[in-house]
Design a binder for this molecule. Sequence first.
Ligand code: M6P
Ligand code: ZN
Length: 198
Amino acid sequence: MKYLEPLSRQVRLSDGAIPEADAVQERRLSDLAGLFADEAAESELIASNPLVYRVYDAAALPKEDGQLLFSTTVIQSGRVGDEFFMTKGHYHARADRAELYYGLSGQGILLLQTPEGRFEALEMVPGTAAYVPPYWGHRTMNTGEEPFVFLAAYPADAGYDYGTIARDGFAALVLAGADGPRVVANPSFVPTARAPKG
Ligand code: M6P
Ligand code: ZN
């Protein structure tokens, strides 16, 4: 039996960084082009191409059944028109894989949807543990004034399906309103019912 070595990583609570991260991914607005509802606001802001979020992949582990990957995501505070800065969002390529999020700092919303277009919005603050069930697409947004930081843990063979959301959009939008964030149905979302695949 070849055993993997146990490991730990320090998550810097002041800013969500993992200094020993195996990889750090930066997503700027140009990496999210076409995902925001207000196209004019998006193309205006792309000129300065702000950083929207970083993902710190904690450790290089085998991407195979039985392993867990974990990461922190740090979403900057900001908006494109009325829509809050957010992640690209994805289904898992192995769609039956689940995921767990844990809020560390700032505040945000975890938006989930089924391929048929049912959606749910879960508020996340420091200490919130939020469960992403199998088959639900998921995207997070920063609804506060500070960076929104959360830890994610997920099966290492889950993989990413970004294409479905890039094509269909997301069933709901989270917009800034006078009384705080509003979750509204996205009028341009076209659900493509997919048979669940494992
Ligand atoms: C969380 C996890 C990661 C994901 C990241 C950013 O940390 O779900 O797997 O990469 O959020 O989300 P996205 O990949 O949709 O940009
Ligand atoms: Zn995921």
